[in-house]
Design a protein around this ligand. Structure first.
Ligand code: F6P
Length: 502
């Protein structure tokens, strides 16, 4: 009773994400201001926040700077500070040097450092405390992504009254790979603090359930995980001085359906994310953007086939595989420069992480080699751009491209594939899509490929370049039906409605 009286009147809905929903920008008069982040997540959640008195807790992107909470376009923003050392150890280190490669099938080698995990735990605790401070009595708190997997249980310990959702935007690895993580039990227990744990694909949800069953021995039925209430908490294990693996050396207890009152239920299931379809469709119909698309093709010398790749410069995206296939097609004479052109947008990403620096060197070496060999004075083989572009330019590129190449080696979803489809309202255009993306579960009428199979990728690129227009239209119309009927608002609503029932 006393606690209830002391609780501050907080927000009904709180989103917790590594990044705040705004980016700092330099305004025309030279001063700095904030701009809403263009991503789908912010677009989907901003209206829900406005309607329900919501707050967003996240890092504002600069190290060693503490900001006071502020409002922007109807959103209440609560910045969480990170020191330069925490950016190195929590963000670049544990999040993007350990978890990112481990969760993406170990495409790059994950590094395991105890001081990285200590920083991850410390920063997760800070995010949990920030959320606990702003959430009203009985609020809904939605924690986002792999950088914050310990937050759900930390928050539950601080605020047992709130309803907690977690959504993992990236893949969840198969149990054999997850087993490599020295802190696997801490991560599972952290996630199980949520009432609802969402994943991109059914297979991700299954991988998580299998890890929980195998590592912790919890009983699971119909996506419901029975979490025993007397589990040793992370804090008590730490106090005993061992590294939070109480079952090490012994088989986990196998629980059969436990009795009433001895457990709580956490549900783990798939909620595939989507895009702000209306916005892309609207931009794709705008005269100035259609004109810009025409201009892009003209600037490229009006090739018959424009291939397009749009990715963060990340080793998971299969950019090298795509370039190898393209280079071989030029060598074989199946494609020729002038007749074909590959536009590759590689937006700068995580430039402080060594594996990303190496990747950039490799890609730029390959682009230089391919262009050096195949360019003519008039035409280029690959137009490579290491920049980020506003959404208007992206949509113009989607309209300019005959073939979209999404060749990721592993990807939680891949929203570029969905954006391309949304932009192609006239039913033209071909999507070549890696089966290792979450999007491949829904976009079955794309030309699905295994990007490791260079011959298959080459065949799909040739097929896409010469596709029978009727076949292309039939495929694109079916893809569009899927994307148009599943926008990101529906994703957010599905997740939050489910959470409300738990
Ligand atoms: O896909 C995971 C993700 O964290 C996205 O949410 C984000 O847009 C992207 O990776 C880039 O992440 P960041 O620049 O914050 O490391």
């Amino acid at each position: 009773q006393q606690q209830e009286q002391q609780a501050p009147p907080g927000y009904d809905f709180v989103v917790v994400a590594n990044r705040l929903a705004v980016n700092r920008v330099t305004l025309s008069d030279g001063s700095t201001g904030w701009q809403r982040s263009p991503g789908g997540l912010v677009t989907a959640l901003a209206p829900i926040m406005a309607a329900s008195e919501g707050a967003w807790v996240g890092w504002h992107g600069a190290p060693d700077e503490t900001l006071t909470p502020f409002d922007h376009e109807g959103m209440h923003l609560h910045p969480v500070p990170l020191s330069s050392e925490e950016v190195e150890d929590y963000y670049e280190g544990f999040s993007n040097g350990t978890l990112w490669p481990l969760y993406h099938d170990v495409i790059a080698r994950p590094d395991f450092h105890r001081h990285w995990f200590e920083a991850y735990r410390r920063v997760n605790q800070r995010f949990a405390e920030a959320a606990a401070k702003v959430a009203g009595q009985g609020a809904t708190v939605w924690v986002q992504d792999y950088q914050l997997q310990l937050v759900p249980q930390m928050l539950r310990d601080l605020r047992p009254d709130v309803k907690i959702g977690f959504f993992n935007h990236i893949p969840f690895p198969p149990p054999g790979l997850f087993a490599q993580l020295p802190w696997r039990h801490s991560v599972l227990r952290g996630l199980l603090g949520a009432d609802l744990i969402g994943f991109q694909r059914e297979s991700d949800a299954r991988n998580f359930q299998r890890a929980v069953r195998h590592r912790l021995g919890h009983y699971i039925r119909s996506d419901k995980i029975y979490v025993p209430l007397e589990e040793p908490s992370e804090a008590s294990s730490q106090m005993k001085g061992f590294n939070v693996d109480p079952s090490r050396g012994t088989a986990p207890r196998q629980l059969s359906a436990p009795g009433e009152g001895t457990y709580r239920i956490a549900e783990a299931k798939a909620f595939p994310i989507s895009i702000d379809t209306d916005k892309i469709v609207e931009l794709a119909a705008r005269e100035d953007i259609i004109e810009r698309a025409r201009q892009i093709r003209e600037d490229l010398g009006n090739p018959e086939t424009v291939f397009l790749g749009v990715d963060r410069l990340d080793y998971t995206k299969g950019i090298r595989h795509r370039m190898k296939a393209y280079e071989e097609l030029l060598q074989d004479g199946e494609l020729t420069v002038g007749q074909a052109c590959l536009v590759q947008i590689a937006s700068p990403s995580r430039e402080g992480v060594e594996s990303y620096q190496q990747l950039r060197d490799e890609i730029e070496l390959a682009v230089g080699r391919i262009n050096g060999e195949f360019d003519s004075m008039a035409h280029t083989a690959i137009r490579y751009l290491h920049h980020s572009y506003p959404v208007e330019e992206m949509v113009a590129l989607y309209l300019a491209a005959d073939v979209m190449l999404v060749t990721a080696l592993r990807d939680g979803m891949n929203l570029v594939a969905k954006e391309y489809v949304a932009a192609r309202a006239d039913g033209t255009g071909v999507l070549v899509l890696s089966e290792f993306t979450g999007a491949a579960d829904q976009l079955r009428q794309a030309l699905l490929i295994n990007p490791h199979d260079i011959d298959e990728l080459k065949a799909a690129m040739v097929k896409a370049a010469h596709i029978d227009p009727q076949d292309a239209t039939r495929r694109m119309r079916s893809l569009r039906r899927q994307v148009v009927s599943h926008n990101v608002n529906r994703w957010a609503r599905d997740f939050l409605d489910r959470l409300a029932t738990l």
